[in-house]
Every structure is written in C-alpha cells, then in structure tokens.
Design a protein around this ligand. Structure first.
Ligand code: HEM
Length: 412
C-alpha cells in the first residue's frame, strides 16, 4: 500500500471524525474506505475495518476483547500520577460488563440478562405504549421530537424497570448526557472532567436508592440486584453501581438517536413514509431499516490479544481495532442496493447493536420502543411535516454516538 493511499483513507477518517459535514453524512466516505481495503492501518494508531464480515469477525472472535485500560494519560500528555489524581474513579468504569472480558463479563451479564429477553420485553409492551402515549398527549402542533419524545421515552422505560422515580430521572438526565461522553474516542479533557463529575453525582443518587431498597425491597430490577449483592459472591458493591449506571444510561442517546434519526429518514423519504402509513404491518422491517440506515452508534472496537493475520496483513497483539458499524450497514456484499432506503427490506439484521458476547443487551427493548413510537406517531398524527426550513437538522458533535441535536416538526 503506498503512502498516498494511506493519506487518502486517513483524510477520509479525519473528515468523518472531525468535520461537521463528515459527521452528518459519513456514508459516501465510508463507501470509499470500505471499498479501498478490507483492513487499514491508520496513522491515528488503530486498524480500521468497515466491511460487514470483517466487523463481525472482530466483534465475535475470542482473540479480540476489551483488555486492560491502556495508558490513557499518554493520550492527554499527563503523567500517570496526574491522571490518577484527576480521575480517581476512572478504573471503576471498567467494572461494568461493557468494559470487561470473560469470566467477569459473563458473570455480570448473566445477572441481568433475563430482564431483557424478547419475552420479558414483550410483556413490557403495554407499559411502553402507556409511557409513549403520555408523552404524545403533551405535544403541541410544533415540536422538537428529540427533546420532547426521543430523549424522555427511553429514560422513562428503563427508569420504570429499574425503579428510578420520575423526579430523579429529570434531575439525572443532564448528568447522564455528560457521563456517556466517556464512550467517545479520546474525548477532550474537559469533557472527561465533566463525565467524571457526572458519574459521581449519578452514583450518589443511586447509592441513596440502594439504601432505600435495602430497607424496603420493591418489585423492580434495582431491588433484585441489591438482593444479589447481599448474597455476597456474585456482585460487588462497585459492580452494582456500575451496572445500574450502565443500564440507566444505555438507552439514552442510543434509542433516542434511533427515534430521531429514524424519523428524519422517514421525513426525507416521503414515499416510504406513506408506504408505512398505508401498511403498518411493515413496521418490523421498517425498524430494521431505520437501524441500518443511520445507526445510533457508528463506531465500536476491540483490542486484539494475540498476533493475527488480517487479509494478508500481520497485526501484533495489543493493537486496537475500530469497527465502522455504519459502513458495515451499507456493505453491498450483504445488502442489495444499500444506498436505497426501503422500509420493506428483508435482509440480515444490521450491525447497529454490535455482535458477539457484547451484543447489545437492550436490543429487544430498543426495537420494541421504536416499534411502539413510530406506530403511535403514525396512528395519532395523520400529518407529520418537517419544520426546519432550508437547513437540515444538525447532528450532535460526537463520533461514536450519532444523533440529532433537535428535530423540529409540525404535527396535525
Ligand atoms: C437503538 C438503541 C441501541 C443501540 C443502537 C445500542 C447499541 C449497542 C452496541 C453497539 C453495543 C455493543 C458495545 C460493544 O460492542 O462494546 C451495546 C451494548 C450494550 N447495550 Fe445497547 N444499544 C441500544 C439500546 C440499549 C438499551 C435500551 C439498553 C438497556 C437498557 C442497552 C444496554 C446495553 C448493554 C448493557 C450493553 C453491554 C452489553 C455487554 O457488554 O455485554 N442498549 N449496545
């Protein structure tokens, strides 16, 4: 591979990660990267893959995983001492299943998995419909769908499952937004400071809820987890806190982005929106297409634990891989005519929920929420019109999480 091609792919990656235009429409750039090579050693320090099969391989193969946290202070020009003084709790982040490898990952995931099976989620559907309708009841003619529906709904649903009261959810919402910044690729230091502070505040609130559940258990997931922790050998106190923070935050800006990006896609393809209105039995394939079309999480990744061969390239143990989920979702090797938006598309499930042992635990819940939201929106509003004039709604300034700042629409 010549240096010139290296500069080209890196320039495309820089556009996707760093420019407003690249963030809002990464897809033509993804296509160029995906078709250029199956795996690319970027000057940014990682190996990048964008084809469906390669992303699946990295996320599924047991030779890849989360690994130890790397020496993050080096990224920020700090000494290890300065780093630890500034972020004393940073390692605790790793005690949630999202950051762990087996066997700890297996143990923690198993403790909560049964709350998120398709069957359990199906039983929650009446509650999701009720919470959606409560939010729709409050909408005027002119609304920002992100702020008034897409943000509060997932939080209300997981809040009820966990047993976090509505009054607490409202207080915690801005902190959760700050806390999820740690998911980004090397966020700026001031955002890490805000995330560390937010995590501390959320943890304090959760400690108080835990104390209440210890005194008086109720019928919710939090009480169940507190009970497991009390048994002594399966869940430490730090893990309990991390698990609750992870579950509470996981649907926020993910399901939110699915609803926001999804409605934008439908409004930008009015014929497909009409097709869905006319035949609501397409809702299942439509939700899959919305997940594929503009994935709420664009980037995932792993570290490789041993030397591997990737399409003729030798990669040494310890190397980080970046998987471009949004690129995989438009891979013509898997999707016919991938640049066509088709609410009736019958195709393999998109890569949007990841793959392998960390495959999104909330996938069934997120799908059910999107299904209910779009169904109720179409049922209750015979007309949903864009209300953003000539300027397309802007995406939030982030790389991993991909979603709109706001989505102004008129409802009738
Ligand atoms: C459309 C909405 C959602 C999307 C696109 C999404 C996407 C993802 C992705 C890509 C991963 C894999 C991360 C990795 O490989 O490291 C993941 C993991 C996870 N998700 Fe979701 N997610 C969504 C909604 C939810 C919801 C609603 C919940 C639960 C309330 C949830 C809970 C989790 C958890 C607990 C994990 C970690 C699983 C593990 O490490 O084993 N997600 N999600």
């Amino acid at each position: 591979m010549t240096d010139t091609t290296q500069v080209d792919v890196d320039a495309l990656l820089a556009e996707i990660f760093l420019t407003t235009e690249g963030k809002s429409d990464p897809y033509p750039r993804y296509a160029a990267i995906r078709e250029h090579s199956s795996a690319f050693r970027s000057a940014m320090g990682f190996v990048v893959v964008g084809r469906f099969e390669d992303c699946q391989w990295v996320l599924r193969d047991a030779r890849f995983g989360k690994g130890e946290m790397s020496a993050m202070w080096e990224t920020y020009d700090l000494t290890e001492e300065q780093w630890r003084a500034r972020f004393p709790d940073m390692e605790r982040r790793m005690s949630s299943m999202l950051g762990l490898d087996p066997p700890d990952h297996t143990r923690l995931r198993r403790l909560v998995a049964k709350a998120f099976t398709p069957k359990t989620v199906e039983n929650l559907r009446p509650d999701i419909v009720r919470l959606t309708d409560e939010l729709l009841d409050q909408l005027g003619d002119s609304v920002d769908v992100v702020a008034e529906l897409a943000l509060p709904l997932p939080m209300a649903v997981i809040g009820e499952m966990l047993g976090i009261p509505a009054s607490e959810r409202i207080v915690l919402q801005p902190f959760v937004r700050d806390a999820v910044k740690t998911l980004e690729l090397d966020p700026p230091l001031d955002q890490l400071d805000a995330a560390a502070h937010a995590r501390k505040v959320i943890a304090e609130h959760i400690e108080a809820l835990i104390a209440a559940r210890r005194a008086e258990p109720t019928d919710d997931l939090l009480s169940e987890l507190v009970h497991v922790e009390e048994q002594g050998d399966q869940l430490t106190h730090d893990e309990l806190i991390s698990t609750v923070i992870l579950l509470f935050g996981a649907g926020f800006e993910t399901t939110t982005n699915l609803i926001g990006n999804g409605l934008l896609a439908l409004l930008e393809h009015p014929a497909e929106l009409q097709r869905l209105r006319d035949d609501r039995s397409l809702m299942k394939t439509a939700v899959e297409e919305l997940l594929r079309w503009d994935a709420p999480i664009q980037v995932d990744g792993r570290k490789v634990f041993e030397d591997v061969e990737v399409h003729g390239m030798t990669v040494a143990a310890g190397q980080e891989f970046v998987t471009l989920l949004g690129a995989a979702n438009r891979d013509p090797r898997v999707y016919d005519d991938p640049e066509r938006f088709d609410v009736g598309r019958v195709a393999p499930a998109p890569m949007s929920f990841g793959a392998g042992i960390h495959y999104c635990l909330g996938a069934a819940l997120a799908r059910a929420e999107a299904h209910v939201v779009f169904d109720r929106l179409l049922e209750r509003f015979p007309a949903i019109e864009p209300d953003w004039g000539d300027t397309r709604p802007a995406y939030r300034d982030s790389i991993v999480l991909h979603g709109l700042e706001a989505l102004p629409v008129r409802l009738a």
